[in-house]
Design a protein around this ligand. Structure first.
Ligand code: 13P
Length: 339
């Protein structure tokens, strides 16, 4: 393992004012997104859509430090034959790859899941490195509900994340370690805080046992927010203070960057929350975005699968990328949304 190289890749992914575009929707997940805009889920449409994003020069060159891809996309070519990976590299951004095989029912823990995909991962990582990937992503899912999460669920997911991260580093790939505590349900912000602390403590313990070098990874956590169905929705200030409190308790300062998932927050909430955290400041890690929905919902709607809407789709993507770049430096304001 060349730790200096891993550390320099990680730092580039979260360079000041930059974050990560999570464009790694599986074929099933992109189906849900395309259904909303009436677009057929075929290979050409998936290619056209992602090509539109990766050719948005303003966003890609200035605000997007890395792009997470799905297996199909890392092998795909743009309409003119240029590999999509080359478009990303050409903009000065870093290609990455989702390597988990999804969250599957966890035996012994009804209603909970463990993320699979460790079998054969070493060989797949070697292949992805040849295809240009310099970082990877593995998402673990922790649900909050009556009597859950269980220790079994948190422990099994933390252990899998650590084994994945060690394999990535062995193969010159920076692992994005993503333990997502879901915001589904009616739990309050305090319950999210409690479960997230438990999860992150377990994750860092397992990373330590697996000899993962913290300087060569990125953490992708949820923010501390109430469940979507909770009667009390907290202010951006509450969310920012609780999230920073949790991260300071759980994340060693050797980790170069923390890049949040958006998790179902509205576009503007995801931006406002990130900006409020960076405005507090004095943090030992870069704090930025690794959004899927909160970066892509607007361009998907503007594009709607029509070639004549590509410029509008790119404009919408450039706008959200700029707003989140401002948030990554604590400088976003509501007026910037309409400026
Ligand atoms: P969202 O920002 O839509 O939650 O997606 C981020 C992601 O990569 C989930 O794994």
């Amino acid at each position: 393992m060349n730790l200096d190289e891993l550390n320099s890749i990680a730092k580039k992914m979260v360079a000041p004012g930059k974050g990560i575009l999570a464009a790694d929707e599986s074929t099933g997940t992109i189906q849900k997104r395309f259904d909303k805009i009436g677009v057929a889920n075929n290979e050409d449409n998936r290619r056209d859509y992602r090509e539109m994003l990766f050719r948005t020069d303003t966003a890609m060159k200035s605000h997007i430090g890395g792009v997470i891809l799905f297996d199909e996309t890392i092998r795909q070519k743009a309409k003119d034959g240029t590999p999509l990976v080359k478009l990303i590299e050409g903009a000065g951004s870093i290609p990455g790859i989702k390597v988990d095989a999804g969250a599957k029912p966890l035996a012994g823990s009804p209603g909970e899941t463990v993320t699979e995909g460790l079998d054969g991962l070493r060989e797949r990582l070697k292949d992805y490195h040849k295809l240009g990937a310099r970082f990877a992503k593995w998402r673990a899912v922790i649900d909050i509900g009556k009597d859950i999460p269980s220790y079994n669920c948190i422990n099994a997911n933390a252990h899998a994340l650590a084994r994945y991260a060690a394999l990535c580093q062995e193969n010159g790939i920076v692992p994005i370690v993503e333990p997502e505590v879901l915001m589904d349900g009616d739990h309050d912000i305090a319950r999210c805080e409690e479960v997230t602390v438990w999860t992150l403590k377990e994750v860092f313990q397992e990373l330590f046992y697996a000899n993962v070098a913290l300087e060569g990874m990125i953490l992708k956590p949820n923010m501390i927010v109430p469940g979507m169905k909770c009667a009390k929705q907290n202010s951006a200030d509450d969310v920012a203070r609780a999230t920073i409190r949790v991260l300071k308790q759980c994340v060693p300062s050797a980790v170069p960057g923390i890049a949040f998932l958006s998790g179902g927050q509205s576009d503007e909430d995801a931006t406002a929350h990130l900006s409020a955290m960076n405005a507090i400041g004095g943090l030992p890690w870069a704090l930025t975005f690794s959004y899927g929905r909160a970066l892509q919902a607007a361009p998907q709607k503007a594009w709607s699968g029509k070639a004549e809407n590509v410029a509008a789709g790119q404009k919408a993507f450039a706008h959200r990328a700029l707003m989140n770049s401002l948030a990554a430096t604590g400088k976003w304001t509501k007026t910037a949304e309409t400026a």
